[in-house]
Each structure stands twice: as structure tokens, then as C-alpha cells.
Design a protein around this ligand. Structure first.
Ligand SMILES: [Zn+2]
Length: 263
């Protein structure tokens, strides 16, 4: 089984003690490709070092997370733009709007998202969206920026069926992670009505570990738990889910550099 983790912070401090062993466990679980979203200027070194050490398995993205958007977000976005011009990245991200912890920076978060959507269009890159308690605000900005070329994923999707349908109409994919395995996650009401071709699998590690590891540190080796749950909800074979989501992720993020063709 070949799985692709479309969203994993495997460069995180939390993996410092055992990063090599953790990435090996991922390989042994069939997770051969891992896409790594950036957070902010403090995470770039670890992100790029991880990719340099594991160029076959780990692919970097570049962007600014909404929880890192403060007063001086413009300076951070210059750095993102600078990196995007310097070398290839799989996507712009993660970016978006997060009103869960703090709502005081909503205008700045909206402006940072607008700018990053423009960067994605300019660089012809997909965009990885983070949205928490802010689906409406995020979808409105994506709708406004959609010129027919913008594509990407609403990562860690946990919304309603109507929201899932809106994402699909926007030409975007749904990133499905550990929430699908939670008893009260709500995705059992959504996924049976959504086509497999619209889904990517993700861990969002070290966060959001799937059941039965809920609350503990998450890692890509747990991705098969998500794949099995998605297969169950869709009434499909887990092999088919693994193959389809891997193909969809590679079509979205792959840059034809040979990495995506590995068997
Ligand atoms: Zn993330």
C-alpha cells in the first residue's frame, strides 16, 4: 500500500529526539511521500533541513500560518515571497484564517491570505488552506481570488456537507485527517456523500492523532488508520483509497521532478 501524507509537520521540534526513526516508521507503514507546510520564519530552517536530508520522502511548501500573522506580517510575507522566487516548492502554505484562539487579527489574517492567494496564482502553485472557526471568511476570499487557475486543499476539513460541496465547487480538495476517526468528528455525515476523487489524506502531525492515539503525539505512520476509516465511510477498499488519494495528491502538488513517479 502506497500512502501520501499531504500535510505533516515532520520538521517540528516535537520530533527532534527521533525524527529519523519516525520517518522510517512512516516508510514501513507505506507513507512514501510527505508534504510539509511551513508555519513562519522560525520554522523555515528545520523545514528545509528535513527536506535536504530526505529529498525522496519529504517535500517542502512555503507560506505563513494565520496564527503567526501579527502586526508585522508584511515582513514575514516578504520572506515567503523571496523563498518562492528562489527555488521550487510543492505549494503555498499553510495559510488561511484561524479565529479559534484570537480574533483580534482578523483584518491582518485576511490581508495575509489575500496576498498568499495572489502569490499562488503568480507562481502557478496550489495553495494549502488552514481554516478554523472561519470557513465563511476563508471561502469568501478564495472565491474572490478564483480566476479559474487557483487550486489547492482545505486542509484538516471538518465542516458540513454544504461546506464540503462549496469547497469542491471552488475547485479545491478536502484534506482528511484524524478527525475522521473521532467519535464526535462529524465526518461520518459528510464523507459518504463526497467522491473519493476530492479527498487527500493527511496527519497534520504532531497534532490531531487519530484514534486510538487521540491526544498523543501524531506521526505519519498513523496515516493507515485514517485511510481505513475513510475506506469504511466510503464503503471502499483501503487499497483503492490509498491509491486514489496518492494520485490526487501527486496531481495537485507534484512538479514532475521524478519524485512522484516512484513505486
Ligand atoms: Zn498544519
Amino acid at each position: 500500500m502506497h500512502l501520501t501524507d499531504s500535510h505533516a509537520h515532520v520538521y517540528s521540534e516535537q520530533f527532534k529526539p527521533d525524527q529519523e526513526a519516525m520517518l522510517l516508521r512512516a516508510l514501513e507503514a507505506g507513507v512514501r511521500t510527505i508534504y510539509m507546510p511551513n508555519i513562519d520564519h522560525t520554522s523555515i530552517d528545520a523545514l528545509l533541513e528535513t527536506e535536504a536530508r530526505h529529498p525522496q520522502q519529504c517535500q517542502a511548501m512555503m507560506g505563513l500560518h494565520p496564527c503567526s500573522v501579527g502586526k508585522h506580517f508584511e515582513r514575514q510575507l516578504y520572506e515567503v515571497e523571496d523563498w518562492l522566487g528562489r527555488r521550487p516548492f510543492a505549494a503555498v502554505g499553510e495559510c488561511g484564517i484561524d479565529l479559534y484562539w484570537d480574533q483580534s487579527h482578523l483584518p491582518e489574517q485576511q490581508e495575509a491570505l489575500r496576498i498568499q492567494l495572489a502569490m499562488a496564482r503568480q507562481h502557478r502553485l496550489p495553495v494549502v488552506l488552514h481554516t478554523r472557526n472561519a470557513f465563511r471568511q476563508t471561502a469568501d476570499l478564495v472565491t474572490a481570488a478564483q480566476d479559474g487557475t487557483l487550486r489547492g486543499v482545505f486542509h484538516c476539513f471538518s465542516g458540513t456537507l454544504a461546506e464540503a460541496e462549496e469547497v469542491i465547487r471552488l475547485g479545491f480538495k478536502l484534506g482528511i485527517g484524524g478527525v475522521a476517526t473521532f467519535k464526535n468528528g462529524g465526518l461520518d455525515q459528510v464523507l459518504p456523500h463526497v467522491g473519493l476523487e476530492h479527498l487527500l489524506l493527511e496527519t497534520d502531525c504532531p497534532y490531531l492523532a487519530p484514534a486510538p492515539h487521540r491526544g498523543k503525539r501524531n506521526e505519519p505512520a498513523y496515516l493507515p488508520l485514517v485511510a481505513h476509516r475513510v475506506a469504511e465511510l466510503l464503503g471502499k477498499d483501503v487499497e483503492e483509497v490509498a491509491e486514489a488519494t496518492t494520485r490526487t495528491t501527486q496531481e495537485l502538488f507534484g512538479q514532475g521532478d521524478g519524485v512522484t513517479g516512484n513505486k
